[in-house]
Design a protein around this ligand. Structure first.
Ligand code: OSB
Ligand code: MG
Length: 372
């Protein structure tokens, strides 16, 4: 497949809710979109990095630079045989999996469209819909949290994940557990604790959490392994898993018994398939994470979440929770806690060009011959 042209687009989208985590408050997203043209087909990718490196180190501006000046010039005007070939072309460049994932996932969309296959078929998916839960930000009070949890359980979401931080952890989780004893409940600390917080973290064991997500350092494996040895509650890693290599080491160390898989954090679908295989070889369950994606990213995640290793409900909840208007024509909505995977070739969704034009704050066409 010959890659003819690319377009980078930066958009600003207001979130419908204030999303507070231990690392900050988000009220809008700055989204990097990539349109990749080849063989008369359009492939779409969406970045998950933010303006500030508060989750991982990558940023929107860093990714824009890398895509425009370094990664796209490796493929523009060239033949890219398949996703493996793309990976080889990007392999000299270290790190930056989120920036690589924008291109890699757009290429997967293009490649699947070239083969007239829905992406999930190309990836080896085994279902047409995926089970989902919600990730709920830190609220102003426990009663407000209880109301929010109740309304999402009523909508059929199959798991409630609450964001926690020091001072907003045991009490709120205990209140939710008492009010909803049968709910599948988890907590995500986004790296807000240290190993010295063991006494507090060990108290969470009594709450029957399905897992505790990323309690310790964003790049840590060893302390998570030490913590897991002292906890009944399974640890789920998110931030720390940036490559298949890191996933293998995490599981060998016993740093996690569950993994949150986000293709955009790993460098795309190819590395995600590897992590999927590694998790299966360790008997470790996966679930599809989220990064407050718009339609393109959400569609990619849904396709990947159809693989057999995704046995726990993911964070890929209804697009209408996040956006008054999504970037795509198709409505990606959950019903009874299930999301249908978009049909049609590739990711199976179509950009609303009118809306993209309205929300774009920068756009740039990149052609062969450009770059550093
Ligand atoms: O840690 O899983 C996380 C959102 C942004 C950054 C990190 C995380 C999250 C979420 C929300 O938990 C997932 C979603 O609803 O897309
Ligand atoms: Mg997380």
């Amino acid at each position: 497949m010959r890659i003819e042209q690319a377009e980078l687009i930066l958009l600003e989208m207001p979130l419908r809710f204030r999303f507070e985590t231990s690392f900050g408050v988000q009220t809008k997203r700055t989204i990097l979109l990539l349109k990749l043209h080849g063989n008369g087909v359009l492939g779409l990718g969406e970045g998950v990095m933010d303006r500030l490196p508060l989750f991982r180190e990558e940023t929107v501006e860093g990714a824009w630079y890398l895509l425009k000046e370094v990664f796209l010039p490796q493929v523009l005007g060239k033949e890219v045989e398949n996703p493996e070939d793309l990976r080889k072309k990007l392999s000299p460049f270290r790190g930056n999996p989120m920036a690589k994932a924008v291109l890699e996932m757009a290429f997967y969309d293009l490649f699947a469209k070239g083969a007239s296959l829905p992406l999930y078929r190309l990836l080896g998916g085994v279902r047409k819909e995926v089970a989902v839960g919600v990730s709920l930000g830190i609220q102003e009070s426990i009663p407000a949290t209880l109301r929010l949890v109740e309304s999402h359980l009523e909508r059929g979401y199959r798991r409630i994940k609450l964001k926690i931080k020091p001072g907003w952890d045991y009490e709120v989780l205990k209140a939710v557990r008492e009010a909803f004893p049968a709910a599948t409940l988890t907590a995500d600390a986004n790296s807000a604790y240290r190993l010295s917080d063991l006494p507090l973290l060990a108290r969470l064991d009594e709450l029957g959490l399905d897992y505790l997500e990323q309690p310790l350092g964003y790049d840590d494996l060893l302390d998570h392994a030490k913590l897991q040895a002292r906890l009944k509650t399974p640890i789920c890693l998110d931030e720390s898993i940036t490559s298949p290599e890191r996933a293998r080491k995490a599981l060998e160390l016993g740093a996690a018994l569950v993994l949150n898989l986000k293709p955009a954090r790993l460098g795309g679908h190819g590395p995600s398939l590897e992590v999927h295989a590694i998790a299966q070889s360790f008997g470790v369950p996966l679930w599809m994470g989220g990064m407050l994606e718009a339609g393109v990213g959400r569609a990619h995640n849904l396709h990947l979440a159809t693989l057999p290793g995704f046995t726990k409900p993911g964070d890929t909840s209804s697009a209408s929770r996040y956006w008054k208007e999504d970037l795509i024509e198709e409505a990606l909505e959950a019903k009874d806690g299930l999301m249908k995977v978009p049909k049609g070739p590739g990711i199976g969704v179509h950009l609303r060009e009118d809306l993209v034009a309205r929300l774009a704050i920068r756009r740039e066409v990149v052609r062969a011959g450009a770059g550093a």
